[in-house]
Design a protein around this ligand. Structure first.
Ligand code: IMP
Length: 189
């Protein structure tokens, strides 16, 4: 089975392929210019927007991932705006560390909402995966992408960027969501 993975982020595609392993699904990026307007008011809404745009381009099964980092002391920011929080990824991390500099509560979570459309373009499954942790004061580790270097994973004494790709793909918000999607697909007649 082939599923179009509705993203322009190759890191996410690599993680999805690796989490899936030999699950029998071939994931591919949408063809053409994939640039949906993410103007939803929740991860769920943006995930549907991405999935529908991928369907418009491909007319087959599509899976979208909308994800972000939610920090409790910042009322859930950057959240939906994680990708647009500042210009570069370095600037996003600097801004977040600055905003947190006078806060005691550094707890946070990564959230991933996945939406699956069938080959008629209908939403057939939606799920949320979460990964809990806290924000460290200085970046550590070189693996992963995005906010991984400042996210200390609950139950580990390492940031997400210090985990190996295999370790991240066992505990991440994306892994939790994708496993739910794979379970749903296996249950389909
Ligand atoms: P999206 O492409 O609109 O879903 O934006 C997600 C943004 O959230 C990314 O650009 C990253 O900044 C952040 N993000 C999502 N997942 C991860 C992750 O696994 N590690 C680090 N940052 C992530």
């Amino acid at each position: 089975m082939k599923i179009i993975f509705a993203t322009a982020n190759e890191h996410k595609l690599d993680e999805v392929k690796s989490i899936c392993g030999n699950c029998g699904i071939e994931f591919a990026l949408p063809e053409g210019d994939f640039n949906p307007v993410e103007n939803g008011s929740s991860f769920e809404e943006n995930s549907v927007i991405k999935a529908k745009e991928a369907y418009r381009l491909s007319k087959t099964y599509c899976l979208a991932d909308d994800s972000g980092l939610c920090v409790n002391a910042l009322n859930g920011a950057p959240g939906l705006y994680s990708a647009r929080y500042a210009g570069t990824q370095d600037a996003k991390i600097e801004k977040l560390l600055h905003e947190l500099s006078d806060k005691n509560d550094r707890s946070a979570k990564f959230v991933c909402c996945m939406t699956l459309l069938n080959d008629c373009g209908d939403v057939i499954f939606q799920t949320i995966g979460e990964c809990f942790g806290s924000i460290v004061e200085e970046r550590k580790g070189l693996n992963g992408f995005g906010y991984d270097p400042i996210f200390l994973v609950e139950g580990y004494s390492k940031t997400m960027a210090e985990l190996s790709p295999d370790e991240k793909n066992k505990v991440s918000h994306r892994a939790v969501a994708l496993k739910n999607v794979l379970k749903f697909l296996q249950s389909m007649p």
